[in-house]
Ligand binder design. Structure first.
Ligand code: ADP
Ligand code: MG
Length: 311
């Protein structure tokens, strides 16, 4: 048995920086396991990115309005899960929100607020009811033209899940796997505590920490309208859309979700941003292993309020 060591390695993917913090005794072994995890990450990005024309998601988006498109079994499982989370959150989480999301974040100089009529038309292409997932042959089919899938709110968490599971298979029993500021998953616990302590960044004073959460074999994901947005006349339009209204979710500054599954926490943090405080409370009261950290948008000049539910 060597002396315990901790290594940290980073890799850019999915438009953010992934980091692995791994505890063990053999430095080279940890580095090799980390490299394998990053190779898995690269494979997942090639499969799931809407920005890569050869990805399976791009294949679905190009063809599923014309015919059933067969997809990899693990990707199919992820789509099934996304559909379930959509149903459980009354449609607040919806991977088919693309037509609306693109319109609201086409945030260059030309950005204009869409009219109600435009929103109504875009909304007719949004909703998991337009997406048929056939479990017999792993195919995806859309019931009309213009439907598209975008895993932007679940893909990083899914990658974190797959990387953590690979690292566990390599015998790593303590560490952190994170995908940017979006999702962090804690494997086991650090040497001197029964859980890892991770921070949530203050959305207003970005260098400061807002609060911390303790994680043991659990993930924390955070979503915030402040991460990416379009701006017009001093108003910021969040990149998270409430598919139920067709408009940006703007009641909360940040929503955090804690669950054992990083893909689920990623999806739920996005859902909570749209659901707001009361609906998130209701969701958590019926989902025993889900916790939330919510920060409502403060009145001008008021202090930030942090609402913790089961965390
Ligand atoms: P981050 O990328 O910062 O982790 P999220 O996990 O909240 O943020 O994902 C936001 C992305 O998900 C958006 O950029 C958009 O592509 C997509 N999206 C926006 N609104 C929704 C929604 N209601 N449900 C699912 N995906 C959404
Ligand atoms: Mg998310």
């Amino acid at each position: 048995m060597g002396t315990p060591i901790i290594i940290s390695v980073k890799r850019r993917a999915m438009d953010c920086e992934f980091e692995l913090v791994l505890r063990g005794t053999d430095r080279q072994y940890l580095l090799d396991a980390g490299e394998e995890a990053f190779e898995e990450l690269a494979r997942l990005e090639e499969q799931m990115s809407v920005f890569i024309p050869t990805s399976e998601i791009s294949d679905i988006n190009a063809n599923a309005s014309n015919r059933p498109v067969r997809v990899d079994a693990r990707l199919f499982d992820l789509l099934l899960m996304a559909k379930r989370v959509s149903a459980e959150t009354s449609g607040a989480f919806d991977i088919s929100v693309g037509p609306l999301a693109r319109r609201w974040t086409a945030g260059d100089e030309d950005f204009s607020v869409p009219t109600s009529e435009e929103i109504r038309q875009l909304t007719s292409k949004v909703g998991m009811r337009h997406v048929r997932l056939d479990e017999r042959d792993y195919t995806v089919e859309f019931d009309r033209p213009g439907v598209m899938l975008d895993l932007g709110a679940i893909g990083k968490g899914y990658a974190v899940r797959q990387m953590a599971s690979l690292l566990r298979d390599r015998g790593i029993d303590a560490g952190l796997v994170s995908g940017g500021a979006s999702t962090v998953y804690a494997i086991g616990h650090p040497p001197d505590d029964d859980a890892w302590t991770v921070g949530i960044r203050n959305p207003v004073e970005r260098e400061k920490r807002l609060t911390t959460v303790k994680l043991g074999d659990q993930a924390l994901s955070t979503s915030g309208g402040h991460e990416r947005f379009a701006e017009l006349d001093g108003i910021r339009y969040s990149h998270v859309i409430d598919p139920r209204t067709g408009r940006p979710a703007d009641n909360l500054l940040i929503a955090g979700a804690v669950t054992p599954d990083p893909a689920e926490s990623d999806a739920l943090s996005t859902a909570f941003l749209a659901l707001g405080v009361e609906e998130t409370r209701r969701f958590c009261s019926t989902h025993a292993n889900v916790g939330a950290v919510l920060v409502p948008r403060p009145a001008p000049g008021a202090e930030l309020e942090i609402i913790r539910i089961g965390t």
